[in-house]
Design a binder for this molecule. Structure first.
Ligand code: SF4
Length: 163
């Protein structure tokens, strides 16, 4: 199975969400939260952004700072920051595997925040372990059980899980 950055993000938010995404069960595209995310991502940093579709995954934008390559990921809030870091870490890992050392930034325009992120050894190990687990989880016939957390209320699969 091809792992995308969005799948990595979903995995670190909720295993069930990952499974649903992995099965290409797409939540309602008109869902308000998805629209909000898209709107922020579409309107923020317009001047400097250059979305990049790279090895079939989509990076919000990349910029150069002197000799450094900075991979930027735009998020709508700092809730779920760990998942955002893992998503960005996954992109940095992919770059590293191609011999490119890059750094990351998570940009949260609504909170006027910029979080600098680097791929450390422990993150790399966590990611490699997670990728193994994702490959295994994606082959399961049934999704993991509903696990109610603070992410559920704003999850695009809320109706699916709780109705
Ligand atoms: S609603 Fe909650 S349990 Fe269901 S997929 Fe979303 S985060 Fe996971």
């Amino acid at each position: 199975m091809h792992i995308t950055g969005n799948l990595v993000n979903a995995y670190f938010i909720c295993r069930r969400k990952f499974w649903l995404f992995a099965r290409q069960l797409t939540p309602d595209p008109k869902n308000d939260l998805l629209l909000l995310g898209r709107l922020i991502s579409d309107s923020a940093y317009n001047r400097q952004r250059k979305e990049l579709i790279f090895d079939s995954f989509r990076i919000d934008f990349i910029r150069k700072q002197k000799e450094n390559i900075i991979v930027c990921e735009i998020k709508k809030s700092s809730k779920g920051l760990k998942a955002a870091e893992m998503q960005l870490g996954y992109y940095l890992l992919k770059f590293k595997e191609m011999g490119i050392n890059a750094r990351g930034e998570i940009l949260i325009p609504r909170e006027k925040k910029k979080i600098v992120f680097e791929l450390h050894q422990n993150i790399e190990e966590t990611l490699k372990e997670a990728i193994k687990n994702m490959q295994e989880l994606a082959t399961k016939a049934n999704p993991p059980a509903v696990n109610k957390t603070s992410f559920c209320r704003k999850c695009a699969f809320y109706e699916f899980c709780f109705s």
